[in-house]
Design a protein around this ligand. Structure first.
Ligand SMILES: [Zn+2]
Length: 386
């Protein structure tokens, strides 16, 4: 009863600041409770200036969303948070406001992967090149999920900001950005509204496919592709503007023959590396949980399908001078490196043939399939887009 009252009075704009916080929390928790999920409470900072990773992701996500749309400039306009759960999952939803819920697992998995990867000196050995990057440093000690945001005070603390953890963090930021923006894509491109029009108020979940959502399988697949397309373009837009991997260019060029693209090659390369890693780790989670039916193609094909959109956007904007073939070369190089890294860490044999097969026409067939479905979906979504 109390909850309903707070809701109504807030909608009428009669409640103070503290009430607003309660409502925002309520929306998120109520939705989670209704779905049988448990909210993950982000741990408070630790003494010495250590902030939990999820706190950092929350702040970055909030800033990102406010930047993306005036609709999200007011933090109360959107409920954002985490569900404590072992599935590699997330959902976008809308009740009285937009809601984005990331399950804890995807963020934990990608963060652990990038850190484990950078702990292995055989991966990107040029990173340790003293001449290029100025010295090596030990891997961070202590709790993997607590980070120091304040400037390092001495040599021991300097290790936290050393080159390998820094690259791991920059890769994670791309991955987390993609995961967030994929959900934003479901909201902004009208997917959530379409689902709710057909099936009533329910969340747009990544997993599992549910007939009760009243979306045909090809429709759900095309919507996933659309959300990926939205996310990947926003991710590359940020990467173009911030060029977060520029400092790794020199070392990368020692090890890889890549086309120079106005100082952005390393950022393009590592962005594909991070995006492919998300897809591949998602595949791995699907395989482990034996989910038979999923709406996304396997990692390599998923990546290949997105490449034309990135190449077109970056060329159109004047951000890249690469030809389509150069983009393919760069993206396949990065994807294969990520594939080798993941299989290497898991002590599995990499399968480059399976990876490259996706690029041999498979992507064009798949895009054709999406476009066929899209003809029916586009008119329905047009009125629902924001
Ligand atoms: Zn999705």
């Amino acid at each position: 009863m109390g909850r309903v009252w707070i809701f109504a009075s807030l909608e009428a704009g009669k409640c103070g600041e503290s009430g607003k916080t309660i409502m925002s929390e309520d929306t998120f928790e109520t939705v989670l409770t209704n779905l049988g999920l448990k909210k993950f409470d982000v741990p408070a900072p630790k003494a010495g200036g250590y902030t939990h990773l999820f706190q950092i992701v929350t702040e970055r996500s909030r800033a990102r969303l406010a930047d993306l749309s005036d609709d999200y400039a007011n933090p109360d306009a959107l409920a954002f948070g985490y569900a404590e759960h072992r599935a590699f999952n997330a959902f976008a939803h809308r009740t009285s406001k937009d809601i984005i819920c990331l399950y804890t697992t995807p963020l934990r998995v990608v963060w652990s992967f990038f850190n484990a990867m950078m702990d292995n000196r055989q991966i990107f050995p040029w990173v340790d090149d003293v001449e290029v990057l100025g010295g090596t440093a030990p891997a961070p000690k202590g709790d993997l999920f607590f980070l120091r945001e304040t400037p390092p005070l001495n040599d021991a603390e300097e290790a936290f900001n050393s080159i390998r953890p820094r690259l791991a963090r920059a890769l994670f930021e791309v991955a987390a950005d993609f995961i967030l923006l994929h959900e934003v894509g479901h909201l902004r491109n009208g997917h959530v509204a379409l689902l709710q029009q057909r099936a009533g108020v329910r969340p747009f979940r990544e997993l599992p496919y549910d007939e009760a959502d009243k979306l045909e399988i090809p429709e759900a697949q095309a919507l996933e592709f659309d959300a990926d397309g939205f996310a990947v373009q926003k991710v590359f837009e940020r990467v173009y503007k911030e060029n977060p991997f520029a400092e790794f260019s020199k070392g990368l060029f020692k090890d890889h023959r890549l086309p120079e693209d106005g100082g952005h090659t390393a950022s393009w390369y590592f962005t594909w590396f991070a995006v492919y890693s998300v897809f591949r780790l998602f595949d791995e989670a699907m395989a482990i949980s034996e989910i038979p039916l999923r709406m996304q193609p396997p990692a390599a094909l998923r990546q290949a399908c997105l490449l034309p959109a990135v190449a077109a956007m970056t060329n159109r904007s004047g951000w890249s001078g690469l030809s389509m073939q150069q983009w393919v070369d760069l993206a396949t190089d990065a994807g294969l490196e990520a594939e080798r890294t993941i299989t290497g860490l898991r002590r599995m044999k990499p399968d480059p043939h399976a990876y490259l097969a996706a690029w041999n026409g498979g992507a064009f067939d798949q895009i054709g399939f999406y476009l066929d479905t899209w003809e029916g979906l586009a008119p329905q979504l047009a009125a629902l887009k924001r």
